[in-house]
Design a protein around this ligand. Sequence first.
Ligand SMILES: Nc1ncnc2c1ncn2[C@@H]1O[C@H](COP(=O)(O)OP(=O)(O)OP(=O)(O)O)[C@@H](O)[C@H]1O
Length: 430
Amino acid sequence: MSITQETLHLIVNPVSGHGKGVEFVSQTIVPILEHLSISHQIYTTTSPGDAGNIGKKILLSSQNEGTVRVGIVGGDGTFHEFMEGECVSDGQVRWEVILFPHGTANALYSSLFPPALTPSPLQSHQALIETLPSPSHSEETLYSLLSLFSYLAKTLPVYLPITQTTLSSPTGAVEQLCSHVVLSTSLHAAILEDSEKLRESHPGTERFKIAAQQNASKLFYASVTLQSQSNLGVEQWDPRKGDWGLPYTIKNTTQPSQREITIEGPFSYFLTTSTVDRLEPQFVISPLTSSNQHEYQGYLYITIIRPLRDRFISQAQPEDRKDKLAKRAFEVVGQAYSNGNHVNLTLSEEDELRSFGLENKGKGEPVVEVFRCDSFEWIPTNDQRKVEGLDSGNERLVCADGALHTIPQGGSAKVKLEDKKNGKNFYVFA
Ligand SMILES: Nc1ncnc2c1ncn2[C@@H]1O[C@H](COP(=O)(O)OP(=O)(O)OP(=O)(O)O)[C@@H](O)[C@H]1O
């Protein structure tokens, strides 16, 4: 078929996930496209980073303008590489993306189509499914076609805010990063770094557990300034009210305005997303993130744990602090597997027994602080006043969609959402 404005460009990663992408394209996607006479072109990635090169080729063939429709058969990494290639190009096209979840975690897909949602989104596509060339597809196959069904049903695609991060040294910007799933520092970034070092000795997923144990009791020294241009300013989630409001857990600082607040560390957890509420189908780490932002520029949703706010740790004997911090980190972050319940956990206000157990939507402040804003700056402070009994981690480490980067000594990471007006926008059928 010749390439036209209507052509669907399919970028296929042959190795992601279980390595079944190529087979899925030939056996499932192509028969549907041919049956519906949809012009398509298949590109198979041949090496890491190739999805970005393919994206650039597609951009050239579309003469850098209009709407270009792309299908990604792969995981978050394939989408990331495709998107990163576009971030550095000068095109002004509107990318409309159909996702086929053929990765390992599929964070974006499972956020757009949460598994076990009732009623199943498949129900609304029943009439369409019955017209498919092979209507006996398994439930699992049909689930992986939901984004395609959304496109075929002519649903408006969802705007996908892209996060831009600038790593600077004291003398200026040194590196620009684009991400669409997650930008993190602290524990999340440290686990990724250490698990990579363990890949040879522990090829299975066990290495993530070991890396988590190695880092769960560390403190990361930094200060972060959150900014918002909106009239509402920076907002904080209050699980007790079930609503967003003015920041209320920031103490001992004079804030110049609601549009800018500074949060002092040390941190153990710091993660931001603008599109996904989960990093794996069941790991709902940012349950307030809403990707249904058709018209809106979008928010950065920020999930923070500052362990010294928790008397279970701050009032522990120095020799007990390590164990207690690790125990608490697993207890809290583990609740992300219970549909994101960690954001509902509150610190006990009065505790005569001094057990400092956590409550669910109790009277005290939440143990996890959740904010939304449109930009922030993470400044490693390398604080000399360390907390007795607790080790510090590398606060200069940054993870952008799984790739690790280091903030130069004395520098910072400035993070913001790409301006929707500047073009190069990504939309996803959901
Ligand atoms: N032909 C290829 N050979 C080897 N690696 C490739 C090839 N094509 C792409 N890649 C690499 O495969 C990596 C993994 O892809 P991807 O991240 O999509 O899958 P995943 O890691 O299984 O899933 P997820 O990111 O959803 O957890 C990408 O980072 C990309 O660099």
